[in-house]
Design a protein around this ligand. Sequence first.
Ligand SMILES: [Zn+2]
Length: 390
Amino acid sequence: MSENNNFSIPSENDDITSLSYTESSYSNEKNQKKRKKGGKQFTEVWQHIKRGKEVSPGSYEGTCNYCNEVWSVAKPIKLRSHLAVECTKCPEEITTKFINLIIKEDNGSCKNKKSKVESLQTTLHFEKTKINESKSKEIDNALLKAFVCCNLAFSIVENPFFIELIKTLCIGYNIPTRRKLSTELLEREVIRINLKVENILKGSSNLTLAIDGWTSPIGRSYWNFVILTPTRQEYLYKISDLTEEKHTGQFLAEEILKVINSVGINKFAAIITDNGSNVTVARKLITDQFPKIFNVRCIAHCVNLISHDFLKHGFAEKTIKYCNILVKFFKNSHKCNDLLEKLMKKYQIVGGKLKTYVKTRWISIAECVNSVLRLKKCFNEVSIINYLII
Ligand SMILES: [Zn+2]
């Protein structure tokens, strides 16, 4: 139940004695939620999920009929999102059905939500400042976008200082819980964006599909499928967690085919990857089957390989080596680094501090050498002053 437990937390300035928010009104609220959750759409979800044993009154274990994902406590709201967004093996008509249900609820459930919001607001004596449902939804979306795009931890939404900030800006807004923000609201936004992208792609042709995979810090293998339009718009169409699979050319070709088929085989003009042996095979399998699709090797990857070859040259190798020594010196000496910063200010050098060369970040080699060149003027002075101080 916690995901809907978004009652307002009184701010520091609220006189707590003036609030008539009692335990009984809260339990009434909880009961209302219980009743609501037994609605038709939540019953329907169990047609696609195997119900396991009862873990607590009204809560059951569950297993997805299609992908066999298991939940120790299968919450209907989570199951619905799973079928709409996450399940990779769920039949398309079922996915569409649940997407439509969520969208419908998003557009039409204002009445239910309104009564809930109103009852809470009334109890909390916020009548004068209450906001309407569309405004609340607008803030929900803005809040979610800020959290996602600024890479903020969802738990911040429950931080008392953050709540105080939001309440100062808009006292009538009921701040979502971390769970609600990271499940219900996030999934709804994902569906909205996916539908938008699908609509855009419907009206496009000569698309390019770019694929790349990477390993996350916790060792999961993710593959992204990016679709580019002729007007150079890029859409992240899908991210798949393929950790459990062996990444053979054949397997990747099948995954690529799924994406191509779901958008429309005639819409694609090219497929592009780096030069890994498995993706090269996958690319070939696709273009052999569909000769109209160009087999393209990523030019950025080629440039990276060429630049690596350049770096093997004695002069380049030496330059990088000395640049690294310089950067490392200033990183390790806070005193000299402070001096360098002061000199940068004195000479009004723009473009930032010394940059470190990181092997996996292609651009960092140019940034590192450029930063050394940019600060050349300061180095002599640092060494003289440093010499005098010592
Ligand atoms: Zn599933």
